[in-house]
Design a protein around this ligand. Structure first.
Ligand code: G3H
Ligand code: ZN
Length: 283
């Protein structure tokens, strides 16, 4: 069924595993990720950035596509459709009214008080509709859907205050993670993560899940991380297969012949992450 992230993440937090957020780019992603979740008996979060939503024809199209695919595939595991890095109240409202079951309001680039103000407004609307909310503090490195950011750590006291004053369901404190591939090994602020986990009182979210070693994933989960976002890894594996197939068959023109095998690559990648995150068998 389609559900919000609230219960999913609270259960994960209690039982020390993380639910993966896998970002959608087109229909093949919906099919592959839902198949992976069903086979693994894992809860799953489908992430939709504003850019990807636009590419797929708008939030209504995304929701219709997800619902129809769940029905066609006979999905039984809990699924959330989540707006990733929502940039404004209006964008979150649009997603909520289109039928998203969860939204992220990312006002991490705004001054603290403005972040609180817009996040509170989103929480009020979202909770009225039974929709869960994720907020962010600090700056994730790399590219945030067009916004290029340097790394800035979230402040522990601000995390505590933001959760208390807004009532968000989960929090993404940026602690050295990066969107896209890491230059060398990631260097995550586990000391800060532990502190924030102690004071925040909600499940934590880790952005930039591509390229984080398993040992770090496990450490993050032990410090209260209950949601891990992955996008780039699926894109890398998908595109690798498309390239291989087209290079081996230069006259191939049927998209089903190269998108089909690349869809399997997405599914295999998602299954691998679900096992790493410990969410397999939890639905
Ligand atoms: O919000 C999306 C994620 O943080 C994706 O990060 O592309 O590095 O896997 P990634
Ligand atoms: Zn992110």
């Amino acid at each position: 069924p389609l559900v919000s992230m609230k219960e999913m993440l609270e259960t994960a937090n209690k039982n020390r595993y993380a639910v993966g957020q896998f970002n959608l780019n087109n229909l093949e992603y919906v099919q592959a990720i839902l198949q992976a979740a069903e086979e693994e008996k894992s809860p799953v979060i489908l992430g939709v950035s504003e850019g990807a939503g636009k590419y797929m024809g708008g939030f209504n199209v995304v929701v219709a596509m997800v619902k129809a695919t769940m029905e066609a595939q006979g999905t039984t595991v809990p699924v959330a459709i989540h707006l990733d890095h929502g940039s404004s109240f209006e964008s979150c409202a649009k997603a909520i009214h289109a039928g998203f079951t969860s939204v992220m309001i990312d006002a991490s680039h705004d001054p603290f008080e403005e972040n609180i103000a817009v996040t509170s407004k989103v929480v009020e609307l979202a909770h009225f509709h039974g929709v869960s909310v994720e907020a962010e503090l600090g700056t994730v490195g790399g590219n945030e859907d067009g916004v290029q950011g340097g790394i800035m750590y979230a402040d522990t006291n601000e995390c505590k205050e933001l959760v208390e004053r807004t009532g968000v369901d989960c929090l993404a404190p940026a602690l050295g993670s990066v969107h896209g591939p890491y230059q060398g090994e990631p260097n995550l602020g586990f000391k800060e993560m532990e502190e924030i986990n102690t004071v925040a009182g909600v499940p934590l979210v880790l952005h930039g899940g591509t390229g984080i070693p398993v040992a770090d994933i496990q450490k993050a989960i032990s410090y209260g991380t209950s949601k891990i976002n992955v996008n780039t890894e699926n894109q890398i594996q998908q595109t690798k297969v498309v390239r291989e197939v087209l290079e081996a068959n230069p006259e191939m023109i049927d998209p089903r012949k190269y998108l089909g095998p690349s869809r399997d690559a997405i599914k295999d990648t998602v299954i691998g992450k679900m096992r790493e995150f410990g969410s397999s068998g939890k639905a």
